[in-house]
Design a protein around this ligand. Structure first.
Ligand SMILES: *[C@@H]1O[C@H](CO)[C@@H](O)[C@H](O)[C@H]1NC(C)=O
Ligand SMILES: *[C@@H]1O[C@H](CO)[C@@H](O)[C@H](O)[C@H]1NC(C)=O
Ligand SMILES: *[C@@H]1O[C@H](CO)[C@@H](O)[C@H](O)[C@H]1NC(C)=O
Ligand SMILES: *[C@@H]1O[C@H](CO)[C@@H](O)[C@H](O)[C@H]1NC(C)=O
Ligand SMILES: *[C@@H]1O[C@H](CO)[C@@H](O)[C@H](O)[C@H]1NC(C)=O
Length: 571
């Protein structure tokens, strides 16, 4: 394991406090239950614990597994893809910003957990990856993948009663899959959906003598939906339900849009539940920096009948929820937790902090001076055009680490100690979606050794002019606190202050969240975190010497979730 992630000595206090609260049943709950960028959820229940996995594209570690006992509090317990050696060399060669690990499916069978997924954008095209473990709570126990060669995306995994194992994919197609060799049988086209584009994200369930085939249709934008068909044999013929779609918010003015691509499972009492993805934008689909998030809905599925799914809203009926229970194994944190890491007491990097592709060895380390980030030649922007393969591929590394923006309103700040030795060396905070859309506030050494705050952004629209503000002379001996605050749902305010003197805070600029909203149907969502770069100086893989950045007192505070066009739920 590259980064020495492991047990933290010092947990955020929030989780401990929550244990002390008496268990209570809630009349309602708030969506999303996996807030922030969590698309294409697939979930199961095993022995009273629910487990979900989501898509992560080129983020690394990827394919997070969340565990919950009450469907509301979800703890990060491992990443399925957690070491370079599982897929050697693949990550660094992936140029496409939304390639990588597409929609996974998680299933349990006969003592083992399986996550099946596909990696897009390798030099040889799509590869299928099947990971196995007997212990979901431990990164190291996730196997290297069995590789297979699919023709379509979004693999499902289904065991029939006769022991045969099937993979359904986009289309919808069905193939038998050998779990040891990855060998696939001939493709069978079993359903085309009800006419929407992209019949994808299939899952097969067997119930009361029927094979149910539930899929997503209409594309992951405004027409997204869930539809279903059933057959008496796994190979078909499948007959569509007459009341499809069984779940969608298309054509409505609901705050939660693009509802679709989900999975169904039961709790220990036999109640049915599902998670699917949604974006919180209202019908304008304008501003959605968190991208596609995972929402929970209850369902009724009576014997021999079709499932009925509860429409997705911000506030949902919760009377059948399991009792609140945060006593989940594994390291965490819970997805809605705040961060409070001094990086002077911790001995390793918290598991929910992720990178854009596999990082270079040694680029991130927890030291006595804080989280040390060795600069990359790449800044947060990738170059298009002739140099696309080099600059966007990440071969030169991208010294970025961050967490998901999980709240509509939040405050993130971190203290930076930085003594650049060369012009162009820079370190700071960023709201990052891809190398093509991000908002960075850096401390940079300009010519004549002048230190300045530089706010610059890349994106498809609403990109402000770059702002450069000299760092006041008397600030430069102490660490500087850099802050990103979403004080409204539509804008980020980026500011700086000498540590311990927030009265002197300077607002460097305010930037529209449209910059990191990706447009309709985009796959990924925003991360907030830190970076260090020498902006292209140096040669080969290395920056000129110096320019290491040390970050301490990393704090993320979630303030509110927007759950309707005009209602915020404060934490
Ligand atoms: C799906 O559509 C194709 C093209 O129209 C058709 O040939 C095929 O029979 C359809 N498949 C099913 C299972 O209905
Ligand atoms: C969801 O739960 C609520 C309250 O428990 C119930 O009234 C509603 O019928 C359920 N919806 C479905 C689709 O089962
Ligand atoms: C973080 O934890 C420290 C003590 O461990 C505490 O003094 C500080 O107030 C906390 N900060 C936030 C933002 O909660
Ligand atoms: C820097 O100097 C200004 C004015 O000279 C003063 O207001 C400010 O408090 C000083 N800041 C620090 C960090 O000492
Ligand atoms: C750094 O960022 C700027 C603007 O975002 C971009 O024009 C430039 O090419 C980048 N340099 C490198 C080396 O990535």
């Amino acid at each position: 394991m590259l980064l020495g992630r492991g047990l933290l000595l010092c947990f955020a206090s929030f989780g401990l406090l929550a244990h002390a609260r008496p268990s209570q049943r809630q009349d309602s709950y708030i969506n999303p239950v996996l807030p922030g960028w969590h698309s294409d959820p697939s979930c199961i229940q095993k022995d009273g614990t629910f487990f979900c996995v989501t898509s992560t594209f080129i983020a690394f570690p990827g394919l997070p597994v969340y565990a919950s006992k009450d469907l509301i509090n979800w703890k990060l317990i491992s990443h399925v893809w957690n070491r370079e050696s599982q897929l050697p060399g693949i990550s660094w060669k992936t140029a496409g910003q939304q390639d990588g690990m597409f929609a996974p499916t998680i299933r349990y069978h006969d003592g083992k957990f399986y996550v099946i997924c596909e990696y897009l954008g390798t030099t040889g095209g799509i590869i299928g990856v099947l990971f196995k473990t007997e212990d979901l709570f431990d990164d190291a126990k996730w196997s290297d993948p069995v590789i297979f060669r699919p023709n379509h995306i979004d693999p499902d995994l289904f065991w029939d009663d006769d022991g045969k194992v099937y993979m359904a994919t986009h289309g919808v197609t069905l193939q038998e899959l050998d779990l040891d060799t990855g060998e696939l049988s001939e493709e069978l086209n079993i359903w085309n959906g009800t006419g929407g584009v992209w019949p994808e994200g299939p899952h097969i369930y067997k119930k009361d003598g029927w094979y149910y085939l539930m899929i997503a249709e209409g594309g992951t934008g405004p027409d997204h939906s869930i539809t279903i068909a059933r057959a008496r044999s796994v190979t078909g013929p499948y007959a569509a339900y007459e009341n499809n779609p069984i779940l969608t918010n298309r054509g409505t003015d609901e705050w939660f849009q693009t509802v679709g691509h989900g999975d169904l499972f039961q709790d220990t009492k036999g109640n049915w539940w599902g998670l699917c993805l949604a974006t919180r934008t209202g019908p304008s689909l304008g501003i959605s920096p968190m991208g596609r998030e995972a929402v929970l809905f209850n369902a009724t599925w009576n014997k021999g009948e079709w499932p009925v799914l509860q429409p997705v809203r911000g506030r949902m009926p919760g009377s059948k929820l399991p009792l609140e229970n945060r006593n989940v194994g594994g390291r965490g944190p819970f997805v809605s937790d705040d961060d409070n890491y001094s990086f002077e007491q911790e001995t390793s990097i918290p598991s929910h902090l992720i990178h854009h592709r596999v990082p270079r060895d040694g680029a991130f380390a927890v030291t006595k001076q804080g989280l040390e980030v060795t600069p990359s030649r790449n800044n947060m922007t990738g170059k298009l055009g002739a140099e696309l393969d080099i600059e966007l591929s990440g071969q030169r590394g991208l010294s970025f680490i961050g967490r998901r923006q999980t709240h509509t309103l939040f405050k993130f700040h971190v203290d930076l100690a930085f003594s650049p030795q060369e012009d162009g060396q820079e370190a700071g905070v960023t709201v990052f979606r891809t190398q093509l859309d991000h908002i960075d506030l850096g401390v940079v050494r300009l010519s004549q050794s002048q230190l300045a705050f530089r706010l610059r952004a890349e994106g498809p629209s609403s990109v402000p002019e770059t702002t450069i503000v000299p760092v006041p002379e008397n600030w430069t001996n102490e660490p500087i606190q850099l802050q990103v605050e979403a004080a409204s749902a539509t804008h980020y305010e980026l500011s700086a202050a000498p540590v311990g003197n927030s009265e002197a805070r300077m607002i460097i600029g305010t930037v529209s969240a449209k910059v990191v909203s990706g447009g309709q149907g985009s796959f990924v969502g925003s991360l907030v975190g830190v970076f260090a770069t020498c902006n292209g100086a140096g040669s080969e893989l290395d920056c000129p010497g110096g320019g290491k950045a040390y970050f301490t007192n990393w704090a993320y505070n979630g303030i509110a979730q927007q759950i309707t066009a005009d209602e915020f739920s404060y934490t």
